[in-house]
Design a protein around this ligand. Sequence first.
Ligand SMILES: NC(=O)c1ccc[n+]([C@@H]2O[C@H](COP(=O)([O-])OP(=O)(O)OC[C@H]3O[C@@H](n4cnc5c(N)ncnc54)[C@H](O)[C@@H]3O)[C@@H](O)[C@H]2O)c1
Length: 330
Amino acid sequence: MRKVRTLGLLGTGVIGGGWAARALHCGVDVIAADVDPKMEKRIRETVEIAMPQLQALTAGMPMPARGKLTFTLDPAEMAAKADFIQENVPESLELKLRVLEPISKVADPDVVISSSTSGFMPSELHTGLSNPERIIVGHPFNPVYLCPLVEVVGNSQTSPDAKEAAAEFYRSIGMHVLMLRREVSGHLTDRLQEAMWREILHALNDDIATTGELDESIVYGPGLRWAIMGMSQLYMLSGGEGGAEHFWKQFGPSVDWPWSHNTAPTLTQEIMDRFTKGTADQAAGRSVREQEMARDECLVAIQRVLAKYNMGAGKTLNEFEARMRVVTAG
Ligand SMILES: NC(=O)c1ccc[n+]([C@@H]2O[C@H](COP(=O)([O-])OP(=O)(O)OC[C@H]3O[C@@H](n4cnc5c(N)ncnc54)[C@H](O)[C@@H]3O)[C@@H](O)[C@H]2O)c1
């Protein structure tokens, strides 16, 4: 399996910048390619903003020296120098197909090319490509430098070695790998988020609640538990001593009640305006950067607490620490 000393990034926006920070902090060099020259300044800023949070997250762990970041406007240069390529261009299949072909022609055959796509399946990304076996999906979560989850997706055309090499690389930079059993559009997590997002859009459309009230319904209740346990385990616990059996007896019938929608409402200007105004009210004058800082500080603190209990993302952090002790000792 090829050792990843240099991570190549194609597209250096929100997600590309997050990958860069995470990899650099774990001692991996990064060569980042974008079509927009302004993105060099942006990615360097993103990395500097992320670093104190990453240091706080891994405080007390033996970390290697920080990797080196280079930026290029030439994707072919990136592809020629990278040991692993993560594609992060905007979510357009036509664009992704257009950028994947040339870099796959330049990259060495054992270099895995992984797409951050939120919803396209490998079979869609493989359309017309000559070497689909090393092109997979590695779907991360924003902010990539603090959220450990990455969904790894392949299909019958992808080589198991490519998926395994990707999983090994992601674990080496502190991530929790969720290997999908088969490709489905939206992968796993975005299917779940999509279901909730549809309900939020309906609530805005029907003027049932503001974005602030909808977010309260998450943050003070279910959201607080979701970092510790997922929906299935929590629902089983809501059956009390009777566990799953009592849960089904009490709540089984409600699956047929018409609480929720299967399709989104038509996206009108009114819905988008309610979202824009609602989230501006929630921000209460704080800039996006200030809100991101608050989010990031809490993400670090929550994971450090979860590590004490070896739960959820805290378990990933403990496993990463054990791994770093071996890597840095050797
Ligand atoms: N934003 C999220 O929360 C999130 C989460 C998970 C996955 N994703 C996925 O990650 C990918 C990137 O999303 P993002 O939010 O970072 O987008 P973004 O708009 O912030 O960044 C995209 C970057 O790609 C660059 N780009 C455009 N065309 C290019 C080309 N031909 N070659 C090289 N660079 C090019 C742009 O200049 C920009 O810097 C998408 O597939 C998206 O679905 C996004």
